[in-house]
Design a protein around this ligand. Structure first.
Ligand code: 9WN
Length: 434
């Protein structure tokens, strides 16, 4: 069958021997949340490879518990991707935070999908997993990762994780970041070279101005030794997607704890506290959606909600134990005019169809992404919207194949955007198929 053959080919071609690149040309290293999504699909082809994928990533974990958003492959030329290891300088600039010396990485993070992925990989073959001690090895690392996020990244002091760079929530140029980013002085254009434009159409990618600001924020974080204490950095945002994924992963970690003979209770307790804080801080009943909170805006240090509707605000649908009335409102919002599920679009867009900044082609400003759609499909199913989940599943499967496993697609037409043969598109389609 076409999908199975195609997805298998993409995952084989993007496999490096120890992990999977998101795309051979555009993203030639290992990315954090990509690897989690990839492992979820890869487990259907090879449980061993899926385990290896996650273990390779976790072997680059820092002493303070953070999992870096990129683990660099030393065999890849420096000019193949920007920012390269000589920009991040993790092993020296990150020494005080415990960056490993054997491998170079970035110093920022991405959404914590890893415990969720580890649990699913384990479930693909629990006996073989137990024989190899997979969960025993990974549990302490995953626990340290969650502890880093909960303890070092609660920059607002209200029990939610903050991101300090638009690359951290994985939705780089979301219109949600426009206002917080406007305060950031961009790095001068001549001081860096964008390798992404060698592989991607400029109209599908972030702008040069965006990049100037990404570079400034990353360089400032590096220059403070990747420390999270002290006053919040210029960009500090509580994102509903990141926090929802942490809650879902905390539930998965409770199951993992039980499987390895540890106590699941602290993980369930943290999941409950995070869920309460998520609802308290980010739920907007009028919008029927979770919003992002900009910690540098507003008065009295509490931050201010950002009035933009992003698909990140739908992701709490994957949270077990979300209050029923909120889950029902989210499902209505997903199916309403702003996201058009089941009416105007094929797949859930990354941003509000009616938003002033909507652009059906440009990256996280409108196109539909397969990881977001996989999460929404799971969330719909979790909260009993089975027909909608079934319809979304079949649209995602069709579009994955017809777009050549595109990185993202026009949400209305399903036309491919970004790079092709993108690993998580193949992996998640495979997971939806089986
Ligand atoms: C920066 C790898 C990553 C994804 C992100 C996506 C994109 C990188 C880039 O590619 O970001 O991390 O260079 O644009 O936005 O979600 O993890 O696929």
């Amino acid at each position: 069958m076409r999908l199975l053959r195609g997805a298998r080919r993409v995952l084989l071609e993007n496999w490096t021997g120890t992990s999977t690149v998101p795309s051979r040309g555009l993203y030639p290293h290992q990315w954090s949340w990509d690897s989690a999504f990839i492992a979820i699909g890869l487990r259907h082809l090879s449980v061993r490879r899926a385990q290896r994928e996650l273990e390779t990533l976790l072997s680059a974990q820092w002493g303070d518990g953070r999992i870096p958003h990129i683990v660099f492959n030393p065999a890849v030329p420096l000019d193949a991707y920007f920012p390269s290891p000589d920009f991040w300088r993790s092993s020296s600039a990150g020494a005080a935070a415990g960056a490993p010396t054997a491998v170079e990485s970035s110093g920022i993070v991405q959404p914590p999908v890893h415990a969720l992925a580890c649990r699913l990989v384990h479930l693909a073959d629990p006996r073989a997993s137990a024989r190899r001690g997979f969960l025993d090895r990974l549990y302490p690392r995953l626990a340290a990762w969650h502890r880093y996020l909960a303890e070092c990244r609660d920059l607002g002091g209200h029990g939610l994780v903050s991101v300090v760079h638009p690359w951290e929530p994985g939705m780089d140029n979301s219109p949600c970041w426009d206002a917080p980013l406007a305060r950031v002085e961009p790095a001068p254009p001549g001081t860096f070279r964008r390798a992404d434009l060698d592989h991607g159409a400029a109209a599908d990618r972030p702008t040069d101005l965006d990049y100037g600001r990404y570079v400034r924020l990353a360089a400032d974080y590096r220059d403070r030794g990747y420390h999270d204490d002290g006053p919040p950095p210029a960009f500090a945002v509580e994102d509903p997607g990141v926090n929802a994924l942490l809650i879902a992963s905390e539930h998965a970690l409770a199951d993992i704890a039980a499987a390895v003979g540890a106590d699941p209770a602290p993980h369930l307790a943290r999941a409950r506290r995070l869920t309460a804080a998520l609802v308290e801080r980010l739920w907007d009943p009028a919008a029927g959606l979770f919003l992002c909170r900009d910690l540098r805006a507003g008065h009295m240090g509490g931050g201010a909600l950002i009035p933009e509707r992003s698909a990140a605000g739908l992701l709490p649908l994957i949270v077990p134990g979300l209050p029923d009335e909120i889950a029902a409102a989210l499902i209505r919002t997903a199916s309403g005019d702003h996201f058009g599920l089941g009416t105007s679009v094929r797949l859930v867009p990354s941003y509000d169809l009616l938003g002033a900044a909507f652009d059906a082609s440009r990256y996280w400003r409108g196109p539909a992404w397969f990881n977001v759609n996989w999460l929404v499909e799971r969330g719909l199913r979790l909260h009993g919207a089975v027909d909608r989940a079934d319809a979304l599943r079949s649209a995602a499967l069709d579009t994955a194949v017809s777009s050549g496993f595109a990185e993202y697609v026009d949400p209305y037409t399903g036309e491919a955007r970004g790079t092709r043969d993108f690993a998580w598109t193949a992996a998640l389609a495979l997971d939806l198929l089986v």
